[in-house]
Design a protein around this ligand. Structure first.
Ligand SMILES: [Fe+2]
Ligand SMILES: [Fe+2]
Length: 364
C-alpha cells in the first residue's frame, strides 16, 4: 500500500511537537552547525593607545580601585556576542592602579597574564610573593593562584590583562574566591619564582615536584626577553610569517606558560613585510615597541607602541614595519587548540604571499 507524501503542514506540526518535548531534528541545523570552516563572528579590530589611555585615566577619576575591585576597561570585539571577548576565546583589557591603591586579593579558574604598558612602582602579590612590575614585563597569575595588586610608587600604572574568560565561560568552568582580607602578606622571599625557576636551573630531589600545567615563574622580565630577541636576530634568519619570534616557556615542562594561553614576543625589523598565513587559533597582539601595520583579512591595521589588536581565528594576517623596528607581544589560545589536536595552518599563496588591502581600519 502506497504511503501518502507528507505535507509541509505535517512536518511543521511534527517539529512543533518535538519542540515541546525538548527534542529537535538534527537535519534542520546540520549544515549550519557542522560547517566547512569556523563561522567566525569576531572581526579584525584595533584599540589605539591614544584612545584607551585617556579613557582609563578618566576611570581613575570616576571609580576607586576599592569600588571596582579591578579598575579595568575591557576590549570588546564588536562581533563577540557575549560582549566579553577580544576574540571568541580570549579576553583582553587594560587595567589602571593609582599610587597607594590596592586591588584586593582573590583567585579564580580563569588564567591571567599581565603585560605592563606604563608606569613604575606597582606590584602583584602572587601566592604571598611580591612581584614588582616594570614596563613590558610579563606577569602571570595562573588558575586558582591568589593575587592582589598594589602601587607603592608615585605614578599611575597601567597594564594589559589577558585571560581565557570566554573559553572558561563556554566550558561553564568559572570558579572565583575572595581572599580573607584585602591583601596577602608577602611571606615569600622577594623575586623567589624568577630566581629559583627562571634562570635555567630547576630544583631537584624532593623539591623538584611534578611538571605543572602552568609556569612556576611569575614574571618574565622585559630586559631578558628583549636581549634574547636581539640574539635571535643576530644568529638566525627571520621566519617568513612571523619575523623573529620567541615563545615564553614553562621551565617545568618546556611547554606554554599557561595551559590555555601561549605567549610570544616577535621582532619585525624595519623593512620586513612578513608573508600572510592563517591558523585555527586566535590571537591578541600588543605593540611593545615601534610602529608598523598588519593586514588582517584584507583590513589594514596601522599600529604603534601601546596599541592592542585582535586577530580572530582563521583570519589571514601579515605584519610589516616600514619606518622602524617593531616588537609585538601576543597571546593566543594555541595550547588549547593544540591539545585538542586541531591546529591547522595555511600559507596565503596568491599575490606573492601578500593580501590585497581592501580597507583601512578606522578610516573615515
Ligand atoms: Fe584576578
Ligand atoms: Fe600567525
Amino acid at each position: 500500500m502506497a504511503v501518502a507524501s507528507p505535507t509541509q503542514d505535517d512536518r511543521q506540526q511534527y517539529y512543533e511537537e518535538l519542540e515541546g518535548l525538548q527534542m529537535g531534528p538534527l537535519w534542520a541545523i546540520l549544515r549550519s552547525t557542522l560547517t566547512r570552516e569556523p563561522q567566525r563572528r569576531e572581526v579584525p579590530f584595533l584599540w589605539p593607545w591614544s584612545v584607551v589611555r585617556p579613557q582609563l585615566l578618566r576611570a581613575g577619576k570616576l571609580v576607586t580601585a576599592a569600588e571596582a575591585e579591578r579598575r579595568v576597561l575591557m576590549f570588546l570585539n564588536p562581533g563577540n556576542p557575549a560582549r566579553i571577548g577580544a576574540t571568541a576565546t580570549l579576553y583582553a583589557a587594560m587595567q589602571l592602579i593609582l599610587p597607594g591603591e590596592c586591588a584586593r586579593a582573590h583567585r579564580h579558574t580563569p588564567a591571567a597574564l599581565r603585560f605592563i604598558v606604563e608606569g613604575e612602582g606597582a606590584f602583584t602579590c602572587v601566592n604571598e610573593e611580591k612581584v614588582t612590575m616594570s614596563p613590558r614585563d610579563l606577569v602571570l597569575t595562573p588558575p586558582m593562584v591568589w593575587h592582589d595588586h598594589g602601587n607603592d610608587g608615585g605614578q599611575p600604572v597601567m597594564w594589559l590583562d589577558g585571560l581565557d574568560i570566554p573559553l572558561l565561560l563556554s566550558l561553564n568552568g568559572v570558579f572565583f574566591e575572595e581572599y580573607d582580607g584585602e591583601a596577602q602578606p608577602s611571606s615569600m622571599p622577594p623575586a623567589r619564582s624568577e630566581r629559583l625557576y627562571g634562570r635555567g636551573l630547576f630544583p631537584g630531589g624532593s623539591a623538584a615536584g611534578p611538571a605543572q600545567s602552568y609556569s612556576p615563574v611569575w614574571t618574565y622580565r622585559w630586559v631578558d626577553a628583549r636581549e634574547a630577541l636581539d640574539c635571535l636576530r643576530r644568529s638566525s634568519e627571520p621566519d617568513p610569517f612571523d619575523g623573529f619570534i620567541l615563545r615564553y616557556v614553562n621551565p617545568s615542562s618546556g611547554g606554554e606558560v599557561l595551559a590555555t594561553i601561549g605567549c610570544r614576543l616577535q621582532l619585525i625589523p624595519k623593512g620586513i613585510h612578513t608573508r600572510a598565513h592563517r591558523h585555527s587559533t586566535s590571537c591578541v597582539y600588543h605593540v611593545a615597541e615601534g610602529s608598523g601595520f598588519s593586514v588582517v583579512n584584507g583590513v589594514r591595521l596601522d599600529w604603534r607602541h601601546g596599541d592592542t589588536f585582535a586577530v580572530p581565528i582563521w583570519c589571514w594576517h601579515e605584519h610589516a614595519a616600514d619606518a622602524e623596528d617593531a616588537v609585538l607581544f601576543s597571546f593566543s589560545d594555541e595550547p588549547v587548540i593544540g591539545a585538542l589536536g586541531h591546529r591547522r595552518e595555511q600559507a596565503y599563496l596568491g599575490n606573492g604571499g601578500f593580501q590585497a588591502v581592501e580597507s583601512v581600519f578606522g578610516a573615515k
